[in-house]
Design a protein around this ligand. Structure first.
Ligand SMILES: *[C@@H]1O[C@H](CO)[C@@H](O)[C@H](O)[C@H]1NC(C)=O
Ligand SMILES: *[C@@H]1O[C@H](CO)[C@@H](O)[C@H](O)[C@H]1NC(C)=O
Ligand SMILES: *[C@@H]1O[C@H](CO)[C@@H](O)[C@H](O)[C@H]1NC(C)=O
Ligand SMILES: *[C@@H]1O[C@H](CO)[C@@H](O)[C@H](O)[C@H]1NC(C)=O
Ligand SMILES: *[C@@H]1O[C@H](CO)[C@@H](O)[C@H](O)[C@H]1NC(C)=O
Length: 235
């Protein structure tokens, strides 16, 4: 067993499990979630690597009036530095972005969200999607200036998602995977006082504590980003 565990800051840890002789390579992150939270993951992925997400926790520590919107954004870039040298705060502003940061910083993106009515629904392993989200090329940074862009049609997948599968990598490339966890009070809690004003307690959404696991399972991987054959540093 050659497990290598590297601890990073911020309660985020990354485990690389190397299994010589077996094809699959797995990268796994566990993130403690106890409020509205964003997380950014960076990795070079082989085409067809699948990203899985699951949520584990103690129901007793989770406010039963909370619903959850877990949304994600996956972006590939030809530029190694766009993925690996972009700080988290800047990466978070790229959530949902359909265009390149600079001309010729080509890439593709895909996005989606999962909505859970309550903590029991969140913690239950399930197939989230009937089909994987399509992916499409990033458009030129200038194309928002009223000029119609020739964005090619989104491309999809033949494979159907397994339990926990969220997205798939379309090419061998560096990827940014950004996740937003948004707990929200369910609109009409049956225990709510009739006639009472809806309380806008967004900053205190109620108690929650769970572990979000992100797993990237691919055919194999380069031993380090430096081995990446197509690595391009963009200026
Ligand atoms: C939430 O998690 C953060 C980091 O893991 C920790 O510093 C903070 O104390 C936690 N807050 C609560 C209310 O548990
Ligand atoms: C992608 O992975 C799926 C299983 O996850 C496999 O069935 C399929 O053949 C793979 N496709 C390619 C092009 O490798
Ligand atoms: C969940 O969040 C995403 C992005 O933050 C948003 O586009 C989507 O409409 C939200 N879905 C629901 C049901 O609130
Ligand atoms: C949680 O939500 C599901 C629907 O997603 C519902 O079937 C279930 O009864 C809910 N459980 C609780 C404890 O509210
Ligand atoms: C956009 O598409 C149209 C029709 O397919 C084509 O005539 C035009 O040259 C394209 N423009 C660009 C900038 O690629």
């Amino acid at each position: 067993m050659t497990d290598v565990t590297v601890f990073l800051s911020c309660s985020l840890f990354f485990i690389s499990i190397l299994r010589p002789g077996i094809g699959a390579e797995v990268s796994l992150w566990n993130v403690d979630i106890n409020s509205s939270q964003n997380a950014v993951f960076r990795k070079t992925l082989y085409a067809n690597t699948t990203i899985f997400m699951r949520f584990q926790g103690d129901l007793a520590l989770c406010d039963s009036n909370l619903a959850f919107n877990i949304s994600w954004y996956l972006r590939s870039s030809v530029c190694y530095n766009e993925v690996f040298n972009t700080p988290d705060n800047k990466a978070l502003t790229m959530f949902g972005l359909d265009h390149m940061l600079k001309e010729d910083w080509n890439g593709f993106y895909s996005q989606g969200y999962m909505y859970f009515d309550n903590c029991s629904a969140l913690f239950l392993p399930k197939v989230y999607y009937t089909d994987f989200s399509t992916y499409q090329p990033l458009i030129s940074p200038q194309s928002e200036e009223g000029r119609p862009s020739n964005q090619s049609a989104p491309q999809g997948w033949l494979e159907k998602p397994d339990i926990g599968a969220v997205a798939k990598a379309w090419f061998d490339s560096p990827y940014l995977f950004i996740v937003k966890v948004q707990p929200q009070q369910r609109g009409d809690a049956s225990g709510g006082r009739p006639g009472a004003e809806e309380e806008e307690t967004n900053d205190v959404p109620g108690n929650l504590a769970f572990i979000m696991t992100v797993e990237m399972k691919g055919p194999r991987e380069y031993s380090s980003p430096a081995d990446w054959p197509l690595m391009m540093v963009c200026f």
